[in-house]
Design a protein around this ligand. Sequence first.
Ligand code: SAH
Ligand code: SF4
Ligand code: F3S
Length: 450
Amino acid sequence: MDNRRYHITTFGCQMNKADSERMAGILDDMGMTWIEDPFAADLVVYNTCTIRDHAESKVYSYLGKQTKRKHTNPNLTLVVAGCVAQQEGEALLRRVPELDLVMGPQHANRLGDLLEQVFDGNQVVATEPIHIMEDITKPRRDSKISAWVNVIYGCNERCTYCVVPGVRGVEQSRTPEAIRAEMEQLGQQGYKEVTLLGQNIDAYGRDLPGITAEGRRQNTLTDLLYYVHDVPGIERIRFATSHPRYFTKRLIKACAEMPKVCEHFHIPFQSGDNDVLKAMARGYTHEKYRRIIDKVRHYVPDAAISGDAIVGFPGETEAQFQNTLQLMEDIGFDMVNTAAYSPRPNTPAALWDSQVDEATKKDRLQRINHLVSRQAAERSQRYLHRIESVMVEDVSPKDPQQVMGRTRTNRLTFCPGDINELKGKIIDVKITEIRPFSLTGERVEALVGA
Ligand code: SAH
Ligand code: SF4
Ligand code: F3S
């Protein structure tokens, strides 16, 4: 048994969060114990993100403090995992020689083996592409109610701004059987909600065999949803992230048909201008995006729709930026994650000489964010006085007398209640107060004899 105390700090997206939970499970299995304070831990893992420059630089400032500690405490083990590790590889060891292990995201499930090499006295770099092994350790999940389940790793797209294909590697789907088995276990453990994860989840199954009698590819995301839909105990199923290029009507209809699949679609659009979309190599037009949303609203009228957008992409003119705002005006998003374009290593767009200056990017970001909040507020309006079914996840961080959870459409909702009684329950909440990104209400007991 290993009595080290470990800490993992996680940056970036849901994939990284899921990877961290699996890595924590491996460390627990080795006998180590979790400690909240990274500066009191014997083993520290930074699970890093490099999607934008800002995300990457954060890691170096954290590392600076830990390397100082290492000079007085040589037994401290320092690990950099995730996407910066993959991007930098050996170069990271040269830059920060105090590191013991640099490991890319594909190696997360191998943390135990890699640490053994470290404890044998080696400095280890694990960034070679590998076939991702099925994980046999029980992840140490943050929530006891809602769990991430990876369904496809990597990304085969080549969006010209994006580091993900470079750092996460090629698409690798898990088998439907492995996914269902994980979900069944979650159901038995009392989990109520599962979010299926993939950077481009619509690509699920492309690398798996199988064609139906009608000549249709089997093992699509839609097939997977049908296959896992009846897992006992799991009451809500979500999935992310959808790519407009591959999003199908069959998927929308399936979501409308399956009661456990929640009415929320996260479909990044990135831009509302066709020339910008083309330069991004996104593979769709704004007209196609609008058609998708029309279909979603046709089959699932109350669905929440969210997306991601980038402003200040190289060459983006004011008029092109206006096209993005126009798309948003026309659609009315519940939520949009926005970002100013950040040039990234080993991506084509970073080398173009049509870069937009920082002041313009900042100005566009402010304007788009203003619209995001206004639309979110407008979309929140429809909940007022409605009774929403809310799955209680936790106590409210602001008020111990209140619990918080989410509507099926993913709006954060607060209501008075006792967390010990309500955790994991789906309750009816009458919405009395609305804000752009959250709601407040009161619990309504089922109407007796109604
Ligand atoms: N796979 C998803 C999203 C991946 S990254 C998709 O295809 O949409 C999450 C978000 O980060 C992206 O949707 C994009 O909006 C943003 N992003 C990615 N690279 C970026 C960059 N270089 N600069 C700014 N934002 C970026
Ligand atoms: Fe990046 Fe594009 Fe892949 Fe999304 S689809 S992860 S934006 S390359
Ligand atoms: Fe960041 Fe890697 Fe996710 S770069 S957004 S942690 S895939």
